[in-house]
Design a protein around this ligand. Structure first.
Ligand SMILES: [Zn+2]
Length: 276
């Protein structure tokens, strides 16, 4: 499932093919992915120029010179592929195809169809139901120790649960929360309000670092993808903690073993030895 680094990698990968380009054609090969694609989608997009490719949490926002914004979420299995226009047939799960004046197809493929493509106006964006309740971005300046400490000070639930709460910080996801807590030596089950300011400051730095390193890994894989089959956004990860149940903890000097527990219906990987 694409997490924030994959979405950011997809965004960066789409920029050369979309930013400043004119959309010459749109093909909907189905009317609905997770939700219906607007009926007037093609009419509102064809002939428009793309201003930029932005990201909010795990959503792509693609503003057009008409004042509309294309919104896209990759769901569980969505991906974009870029390829030169040719006679190769589309694949079964290629749902939406954009044609640009760079003689390219930008293809949205999503076998499990939990993704979403919709449209709103620039004016509707901030108050849009998908975005209006979202907290700060983990890579933005507003996400800092003082902010996070303030958010956590009345929270009696576990720190891990709060880091996954979109009203605390957006887009982190289960994997990166497990990774960051392991590196920060903080137990995922610790009551959020019990974290001292030093813990919180350290955690913020580590969260940014873990995400940035994953984005860099995605970035370095990007040219290979475009060179091979044009798929954007999926790459090999190397996790220090996530998915390593029963293996040794990688924290320096620790001889503990990674455990798996369940928190709010999701797997948590952590080391009981060094994460206190
Ligand atoms: Zn450990």
């Amino acid at each position: 499932m694409p997490e924030l680094p994959e979405v950011e990698t997809t965004r960066r990968g789409l920029i050369p093919s979309l930013k400043g380009r004119k959309i010459l054609g749109v093909t909907k090969r189905r009317n609905k992915i997770r939700i219906a694609i607007p009926e007037d989608f093609e009419k509102r997009i064809i002939g428009c120029r793309v201003l930029s490719v932005d990201r909010r949490a795990k959503y792509l926002q693609i503003p057009l010179d008409s004042g509309d914004v294309i919104i896209c979420h990759l769901g569980m299995s969505g991906k974009f592929t870029v390829r030169k226009i040719d006679s190769t047939p589309f694949e079964k799960h290629d749902h939406v195809i954009f044609e640009t004046d760079r003689c390219e197809w930008i293809i949205y493929n999503d076998p499990r169809r939990f993704g979403l493509i919709t449209l709103c106006t620039q004016g509707e964006l901030a108050g849009h139901k998908l975005f209006k309740k979202m907290a700060v971005e983990p890579l933005g300046n507003e996400f800092n120790g003082a902010y996070l400490k303030e958010k956590l000070k009345i929270k009696k639930s576990a720190i891990k649960i709060n880091l996954l709460d979109q009203s605390v910080v957006v887009g982190l996801g289960n994997i990166y929360v497990c990774e960051a807590l392991n590196i920060a030596l903080i137990s995922p089950t610790k009551k959020a309000s019990d974290l001292c300011i030093d813990d919180v400051e350290r955690l913020v730095v580590i969260i940014r670092d873990v995400l940035n390193r994953a984005i860099e890994a995605g970035g370095s894989s990007l040219k290979d993808f475009v060179g091979a089959d044009g798929d954007l956004g999926y790459f090999q990860h190397q996790f220090v903690c996530y998915g390593r149940e029963g293996e040794y903890c990688k924290n320096p000097g620790c001889i503990g073993e990674i455990n798996r527990i369940n928190q709010a219906g999701r797997s948590t990987f952590y080391c009981p030895e060094c994460q206190k």
